[in-house]
Design a protein around this ligand. Structure first.
Ligand code: ADP
Length: 318
């Protein structure tokens, strides 16, 4: 194998640039020619392919987003779209591809690997919703962004003796809410994996108020409902003023944390090692602090695991 390429796909995550940098520089050290594909699978189909050298990835380790840009592509989900993608890779002489993205992007990578393109996936998503790996690139930064917001909301909540409901990202996976809620000392954490009883929640809010608590911070994952509606209900039922804050896309941006930069660098390095070894259809991850790699199919079939111990700790300390 002489030429490899890298792309970012699906939702962006802080640390994707650090992963691109690691892939490019490791590959150059191993004497590969390296291409960057812009706008994910959509750019691949359209031939948006540029050559990369060491300086193409200079000054990006600290930047959020992705210099290669990211996109979603319906065309790539069709067989004819994927055929175009493979032809384009052939045209540019690319034999190996590193895909940085979430589970959708990995499904795409799996299809390409069936069409004789060696593919390796790097998990890049703020949601931490790939159960085969303990952490994905971007999660740590997103949690720290949420934590910063929680600290600020707590100040104003306390001054006004209000309830503050903070809605964070996480459709099926409540890890952002769980980690930021625990680290931010939230009174309640509402997760899609657990659900919640609204009457009990309101009862708890009232009890806390009667005990003299000045604020009540509730962190809610988006997958279980909107913060606006919940705040309104709490206010109606308890009579205590409640405000909602939806953090939205600020969770996706910002300079990646040290943890994410290091994780991305380790993942990128391993991904290139795998291509060098002639591996394909594999993904990299981290388990108990060690970098691992496994078959894409196997990785996508790992059942979702919920850390109920951490949830119990958060509740015990609230
Ligand atoms: P993420 O990678 O963040 O989960 P998406 O689910 O939007 O993001 O997937 C990114 C892209 O991956 C899609 O726009 C599509 O081009 C491709 N993709 C997703 N699922 C499949 C699939 N089953 N087969 C082929 N390509 C897929």
């Amino acid at each position: 194998m002489k030429t490899i390429a890298v792309l970012t796909s699906g939702g962006d995550a802080p640390g994707m640039n650090a992963a691109i940098r690691a892939v490019v520089r490791t590959a150059l050290d191993k004497n590969f020619t390296v291409m960057g594909i812009e706008r994910g699978y959509s750019g691949l189909i359209n031939g948006e392919i540029i050559s990369m050298d060491r300086s193409s990835v200079a000054d990006i380790i600290q930047r959020g987003g992705t210099i290669l840009k990211t996109a979603r592509s319906e065309e790539f989900k069709t067989e004819s779209g994927r055929k175009k993608a493979v032809q384009m890779l052939k045209k540019f002489g690319v034999e190996g591809l590193v895909v940085i993205g979430g589970d959708g992007s990995f499904r795409g990578a799996r299809e390409l690997s069936k069409m004789s393109v060696a593919t390796i996936g790097i998990p890049g998503t703020i949601d931490n919703d790939l159960p085969y790996t303990d952490f994905t690139i971007g999660f740590d930064t997103a949690v720290n962004t949420v934590l910063d917001a929680i600290n600020k909301l707590r100040d104003t909540s306390t001054s006004h003796e209000r309830v503050s409901v903070v809605e964070v990202m996480g459709r099926n996976c409540g890890d952002i809410a769980l980690y930021s809620g625990l680290a931010g000392g939230a009174e309640n954490i509402i997760l899609p994996e657990i659900g919640y009883d609204r009457d009990k929640l309101c009862g708890d809010v009232l009890k806390a108020k009667n005990k003299g608590k000045l604020h009540n911070l509730i962190v809610l994952a988006e997958g279980i409902g909107g913060a606006e509606a919940l705040a309104r209900k709490i206010q109606d039922i308890t009579g205590i003023e409640a405000r909602a804050t939806k953090l939205g896309h600020i969770q996706r941006g910002g300079s990646p944390s040290c943890m994410d930069r290091i994780l991305a660098s380790r993942f990128g390095y391993r991904a290139v090692e795998l291509l060098e070894n002639g591996d394909s259809s594999r993904v990299v991850g981290i388990k108990d602090g060690k970098i691992i790699d496994l078959d894409i199919d196997e990785a996508l079939n790992v059942p979702r695991h919920f850390d109920d111990k951490l949830y119990r700790i958060a509740n015990a300390l609230a």
